[in-house]
Design a protein around this ligand. Sequence first.
Ligand code: URA
Length: 191
Amino acid sequence: MTSEIAARWDELQRACENCTRCPLGKTKTNTVFGCGNRDADLMFVGEAPGEQEDLTGMPFVGRAGQLLDKFLYAVDIKREDVYITNILKCRPPHNRDPLPAEQDMCIDYLREQVRLIKPKIIVCLGRISAMRLIKPDFKITSEHGIWFDKGQFKICAVYHPSLLLRDPRKREDMLRDMQNIKAALDALSGV
Ligand code: URA
């Protein structure tokens, strides 16, 4: 990474941490900017930080995150090789769904992260992320695992890991989708 790009990352993260665009900045404990490899081919985008993420400043570290880690391990994707972030960088109170207005005010941070990383594959974790990044009428039950071409990258959505905690019967579908994602990742490097 050039020093110019590193400086843009620093600037973006600082702006995000000091953001006052929406009221969530006042109630958060920590900003959850994102973590992982800033040169990743594969990027995961969830919806918003939960309690553990708010406390630690890291995405997907609570129970849902631990389940995500198991799926990554199962398909041999290393967490440190990918970049993980959310649509919202601050926790909505009581883990409610992000409001459309909050998404509108936060989405530029994600746009800039995508511009800097230039991932080849984006995976939406759950319906909220898919409705924002793929199409507003995205149906997670019938469209999970389907690839959409966005020009610079391909994108698909998988079930949100917190849904899989509540409904373990969907884990088989998740494993299949994650295997397809791993195959798409391997195909990029001709494995
Ligand atoms: N759920 C999300 O969507 N994101 C997190 O970071 C944690 C839980």
